[in-house]
Ligand binder design. Structure first.
Ligand code: UGA
Length: 442
């Protein structure tokens, strides 16, 4: 690692920033992570990830111990520490519209730029509406003190929760949007370990880099909703969408990934990103270009409603006073993230219809309890299934996939299950006496 580029700061230590900071230290850089949330800084400094992410704590602890990684809440310290700063703050959906809330990005840029004293490079990684980096360039020029020449680049992040460490150390591509040769050469130095492994490194202009991220997520969301639309048709036609998806996947132009039919997508990225993307297209005067994403969103929401309907049908048409066991709260397995979780959406919908719902999840219970204190929670799978008149599998954790249907049948009031993720073998469960229903298959 070249001496000049041995140090970086990472602004924002959520899923993206904490993982990025730890992995850059793992690659040999000296890293200072910054967050204004003291509790995050305390936890990270003690080697504890403030969220569940397999493998992250080992990387954190190793690099805290070898001195390459530190955390702070002090912008002065971050500005003085490095001349390359990565922006990893969140861009949630605004409360009053579908657009992205850029206030954290703007505040971070203002705070940092005002404290810079010499030439510096800021590389945005947060997911932003196309055009944001261009606006920030002007903002930085206004905030930065005279003499501090600041260059901005945008390098979107494609990591998946649950695979954050792996995806950061070995991304499938690196994209850097910039007009500045200084930014490009800094990125080439910082990404040298990955470029050496043959990972594609693409240099684009700023808007293209911003667009790569949201269009990738829009494509993934579309692929999921496509197969879920086929699930709707399969239900009406008596076809099996799992067999259909398998047959489609052998065409390598289509491919099998993100073609898993079920309850659909949730989380902190796909749902809000497609909405913010539509809102941005509207502002740019090209609203029709993305109007199909409205349908992608609608298909996704319909799967949640359909899951509730199937369960209601199984217990004779009404949830009022009926005992319901829910397996899963996280938006996907290997995560404790419950943002826009399809599982909790379904669980709360059933509770609103009068069902007595008990939820179990291997990792997301604490978060779920905080956000949905009115649901009941169990600390084991068996406890959630006990006395249930219907069970719903809503997040496909391995623990649920591997569950023994005989064992669960002994504690359930009625052996009825809705497999919202097509995670179980229908024949096996039926052979064990369960009434098995799934999305998109007979
Ligand atoms: C997503 C993208 O996959 C990442 O590339 C991107 O970097 C990230 O958003 C981001 O913008 O930060 P993530 O939200 O971690 O990553 O989750 P995914 O693995 O994409 O899953 C999203 C949702 O789709 C989950 O609720 C999952 O259950 C659902 N899904 C996924 C399906 O319903 N079917 C599938 O076949 C695949």
């Amino acid at each position: 690692v070249a001496e000049s580029r041995s140090r970086i700061s990472v602004i924002g230590t959520g899923y993206l920033g904490a993982t990025h900071a730890a992995c850059m230290a793992e690659l040999g850089f000296e890293v200072l992570g910054l967050d204004l949330d003291r509790s995050k800084i305390d936890s990270l400094s003690a080697g504890r990830a403030p969220f569940y992410e397999p493998g992250l704590e080992e990387v954190l602890q190793r690099n805290l111990a070898n001195g390459r990684l530190r955390f702070t809440s002090d912008y002065d310290e971050a500005a003085a520490f490095a001349d390359v700063h990565f922006l990893c703050v969140g861009t949630p959906q605004r409360d009053d519209s579908d657009a992205a809330d850029l206030s954290f990005v703007e505040a971070a840029v203002d705070s940092l730029a005002a404290r810079l004293t010499g030439p510096a490079i800021i590389i945005g990684k947060s997911t932003v509406p196309v055009g944001t980096a261009g606006r920030l360039t002007k903002r930085i020029a206004e905030c930065a003190p005279p003499g501090a020449e600041v260059h901005l680049g945008w390098s979107p992040e494609f990591l998946r929760e649950g695979f954050g460490v792996e995806d950061t150390l070995r991304p499938n591509r690196i994209v850097i949007g910039t007009d500045s040769p200084a930014v490009e050469s800094a990125m080439r130095e910082l990404c040298a370990p990955q470029i050496e492994q043959g990972i594609p490194f693409l240099v684009t202009d700023l808007p293209t880099a911003e667009l790569v991220k949201v269009s990738a997520n829009a494509f993934l969301a579309t692929k999921i909703s496509f197969i879920n639309a086929m699930a709707e048709v399969s239900e009406a036609a008596g076809a099996d969408v799992m067999k259909l998806a398998e047959a489609l996947s052998h065409d390598d132009r289509i491919g099998g990934k993100f073609l898993g039919p079920g309850l659909g997508f949730g989380g902190g990225c796909l749902p809000k990103d497609i909405r913010a993307f539509m809102a941005r297209a509207d502002e740019l005067g090209v609203e029709p270009a993305l109007s199909f994403l409205r349908e992608v969103d609608a298909i996704n929401q319909r799967r949640r409603a359909r899951t509730v309907d199937i369960a209601r049908g199984l217990i004779g048409g009404s949830f009022a006073g009926r005992t319901v066991g829910v397996l899963g709260a996280a938006f996907k397995p290997n995560s404790d993230d419950i943002r826009d979780s399809p599982a909790l959406h379904v669980a709360t919908a059933i509770a609103e219809l009068g069902g007595v719902v008990t939820v179990y999840d291997p990792e997301a219970l604490d978060r779920a309890k905080q956000e949905f204190p009115d649901l009941r929670y169990a600390h084991t799978m068996l406890e959630a299934v006990r006395d249930a008149e219907v069970v719903l599998l809503l997040t496909e954790w391995a623990e649920f996939r591997d569950a023994d249907p005989d064992e669960l049948a002994k504690v359930a009031a009625q052996p009825r299950i809705v497999d919202g993720r097509n995670a179980l073998d229908p024949q096996h469960w039926r052979d064990c006496g369960w009434t098995y229903r799934a999305l998109g298959r007979p």
